[in-house]
Every structure is written in C-alpha cells, then in structure tokens.
Design a protein around this ligand. Sequence first.
Ligand code: PTJ
Length: 267
Amino acid sequence: MTYDVPDSHPRKRSLERRYELEEAASKGLLAGTAMIAHGRGEAFDYLLGERTIPIANEATIQAAIMLKSAVRPIISVNGNTTILAGEELVGCAALLSCPIEVNIYYRTPERISGLVAHLEKCKKIVSIKPPNNWKRSPEEWERAVNNVIILGSFADGLIPGLSGPRAICDVNGILASDAILVPLEDGDRCEALVNMGLKVIVVDLNPLSRSSLMSTITIVDDVTRFSNNLQEKLLIFQRLKREKWDNKKSLQVALDTINETLQSSIK
Ligand code: PTJ
C-alpha cells in the first residue's frame, strides 16, 4: 500500500522509508524481523539527532580509504540494506569497481533472487545519471555501473566458524575479498568475518551492538545517509587523509554525542 505523506509532515522521510520497507516485505524480500531491526535503528537515530555525527563522518572517510586501498573489496548487503540503500551502494560499487554480494541471515532462494533482481533494477536507474563530481563522461559512468556484478545467487562457499544457512557465501565474492563493507551485520557473522582476516566495515546505528564492537571500522550512522556520504567521499578520494583508527574510542565518542544530544534537548 502507498500513502501520500504531506510535505509539511515533520517525519515525512522517516514514514516514507517505513512504507518502502512495508512494500518490500509484502513482496517477500525482507526477513520477518526486519521491521524490529529497523525500529531499533530508528530509536538510536533519534538519540543521535537524525544526522551524520562528526565521528561517523570521520569513520566514513577512513572506510573510503580502506575500501579504495583494498585489493578485492566487496559490499555485502542484506534485505534491509538493499531496500534502504540499494541505489546508493550500487554507485559506491561502481566507484570501487567491486561486486555486491546479497548475503542474508534468513536465507531462502526466493529472497536471494528477489534481492538480486532489485539490485539489477537499481543498476539501471543509477547508470542513467553520473553523480555530481564525476569527472569523466556519462558513458564511462554507465559502463562502470553496468560492470558491477551482483553475486549471491550461486553461492557455493561457507564462512568458516558459522553453522547453518547464514554461513553460505560466494567463493568469488566474500571468500575472495580482503575488505568488506557489511552494513547492519549480525554480531556472530561479523566476528567470523574478522576471524577470516578480513577488514570489516560495519554500519550500525547502535554503537553498543556486538557488530559495532567487533568490526575494524564502525560507522554509527543510518545506512542511507552513510551510503550517500561514502559515495561523495569516494569521488574526492585523492583529497582524503588516512588516520590511525581506534574503533573503540570512536564508539565512545558516538555514545558521548548521544549523551550531549540528550542534555541539550531537555533544557
Ligand atoms: O535480510 P536478513 O535476512 O539478513 O536480515 C536482516 C536483519 C536486519 C533483520 C537481521 O540482520 C537482524 O535481525 O539484525 P539485528 O540483529 O536486529 O541488527 C540490526 C542492527 O542494525 C541493529 O543494531 C540496529 O540498530 C541497526 N540498524 C537498523 N536499521 C538501521 C540500522 N543501522 C543503520 N541504519 C539503519 N537504517
């Protein structure tokens, strides 16, 4: 069902995103618990002031550098991420010349093929217009987007140390990669990816989640805002400055920011 939210509604964007998820759920693309996960994310986003906080911006810069410097970077997406940031991440994959792997926790063949098809549609949309700051021709942008391979349908490998369908992944995707961007990851799988020796970049609005605590770089930001921001950073990659990243310290800064936001809103 689609609803027309008036422009004047203060929570227009938030409501529209819920409807996008609702529609995707009705097509069978999402996990049964997807809305619970989204609600938890929304609650944290509210506490962060629904904005990209400075430490998340710094983490995104370091993530852009890590992905650009990797030999075989990969973007791994689940159901929620595909619906909330599919187009933006296709743009990032084009800039990184890397594949996107649909890798879901609640795995069914129907969901995998539906999400792969959704990302193929995203590619068509994204290829039409290059982003601002793209310095080459529109044809080169179209080619870069068309070259993004969407993996997941023929996954034939296993993430070591995990049991059940959640371990399934692509031998030429996640198993062959050296750096992985994996938004909204489950804590267990995040730990298994770290144990494989991968550099793991997680996006999670909850700075206290196991994934946030486990990963190499955590971006405490909404996945759509982050993906737009990452694309912008990748487009100005030469100007970015690498810094030594202390992930635990950055999570503490995110928590402090929540505290400050709360203090200032109660006054
Ligand atoms: O598509 P599948 O089968 O892989 O399943 C996906 C979900 C998200 C249902 C599954 O991975 C899950 O249950 O996730 P969790 O364990 O509930 O974790 C979701 C995490 O993502 C929570 O810590 C939320 O705070 C965070 N989160 C939710 N929405 C967003 C978010 N982080 C960033 N941006 C969001 N929009």
